[in-house]
Design a protein around this ligand. Structure first.
Ligand code: BYC
Length: 333
């Protein structure tokens, strides 16, 4: 009898899908990058689109709290730096939307989902930037938290996303330093400036810890995303790294955290923070934070008021294409 025939009691041979899935997982386990056009499980593709588009939306929405301070920056120098930072964020959004397009989705559809409230963006941008010191706190704490996560994502398994993240991280580290520099100057200024810096840290501290996602035990996607190396570290580990990096910087500024339980655990060689208010996090990500409505309204208005720019760019591109085909046809249209 042919040895390939299935014997009673044997497991049935793997289907084509199972074989592909196994081969895919082996590529991931060997740390190979998955590239555009490679076979991938539909759920892997969907997870990438979800995570990367949420990140793109965060970069775009993240421009709004900072935009409000462009006209109120305390000097021309600070204004130029802030303007450059905001332009970088727009660029990050564009790289990331472009990455999602390699996965077969349309950027316009993703933006429709954001504007209709069907897609998430980072919780952190639903807090208001009330003073100039908030611009410092956003750069130092928010970009600081984002970098710790994004350095880990430079090794994500989808090649185009990993390469985009390398460039984003370089720019984010400039953002973090400019934020720290704003707070550094304020803490060395008048008493009122020092108080303003402390107040900003008090308000942004906990939201920055929350933005790294729920505890691993409550993370919906974490386990599968780690298996596929979409994520390389869990939310808790990234949060711990962020805390370890940030507390010494806080001390150097001469400021304090709004957390009486924050302490260094010498045995574990790490900082430990008090309890995070996960109810607040849930409220914010379900649309009930301080600025959710305001941010989406501003995003919709920006899209409408800038429609002429997109139309002009499309008309220009159309003209260039017509010129190119005329040249190919020896001048005949
Ligand atoms: N806010 O299963 P989990 C920046 C959602 S922008 C809102 O652990 P995951 C900057 C999560 O989506 C930096 N929602 O999720 C820009 C899920 O809900 P759904 C942004 C959040 O994906 C401008 C549910 O909670 N960085 O730096 O495994 C100016 C369960 O969570 C949040 C990125 O986006 C949140 N904070 O892990 C200045 C990096 N956290 O989708 C600065 C890329 C979780 O099932 N993203 N949720 O409805 C990631 O690395 C991961 O998506 C996360 C979350 C670590 C954030």
């Amino acid at each position: 009898m042919c040895s390939q025939l299935v014997q009673a009691g044997d497991a049935p041979p793997p289907s084509t899908d199972e074989r592909r899935l196994r081969a895919f997982q082996q590529r991931i386990d060997r740390d190979e990058k998955i590239e555009v056009g490679d076979w991938m499980p539909d759920q892997y593709r969907k997870s990438l689109v979800r995570q990367i588009s949420q990140h793109a939306h965060s970069e775009i929405i993240g421009m709004f709290p900072e935009r409000n301070w462009l006209t109120r920056a305390p000097s021309l120098h600070r204004k130029a730096i802030l303007l450059a930072k905001i332009q970088d964020e727009a660029g990050h959004g564009l790289y990331l939307y472009s990455v999602t397009e390699t996965l077969g989705v349309r950027r316009d559809d993703l933006i429709d989902d954001l504007h209709a409230g069907r897609a998430k963006y980072s919780s952190i941008f639903n807090y208001p930037a009330l003073t100039w010191a908030d611009i410092g706190a956003i750069g130092w704490l928010v970009d600081g938290a984002a970098i710790v996560n994004q350095i880990s994502l430079c090794k994500t398994s989808y090649g185009p996303a990993a390469r985009a993240m390398v460039r984003i991280c370089k720019e984010e580290s400039f953002h973090q330093r400019q934020g720290y520099d704003i707070l550094w100057q304020l803490t060395r200024g008048s008493e009122a400036q020092r108080d303003m810096a402390q107040d900003a840290v008090n308000r942004w501290w906990w939201p920055a810890l929350m933005m790294l996602g729920p505890r691993d035990s409550n993370s919906t996607h974490g386990e599968q995303s780690m298996k596929w190396k979409i994520k390389r570290h869990g939310n808790d580990e990234i949060r711990r790294k962020f805390l370890d990096q940030t507390v010494p910087q806080l001390e150097a500024l001469g400021l304090t955290a709004p957390d009486p339980e924050l302490r260094y655990d010498a045995k574990a060689e790490r900082y430990r923070c008090g309890a995070i208010d996960w109810d607040e996090f849930q409220r914010v990500i379900s649309g009930h934070g301080q600025c959710n409505k305001q941010r989406l309204k501003a995003a919709r208005q920006a899209r409408e008021s800038q429609a002429w720019v997109r139309e002009a760019a499309a008309a220009y591109e159309g003209k260039r294409n017509t010129g190119r085909s005329a040249r190919r046809n020896g001048g005949r249209l």
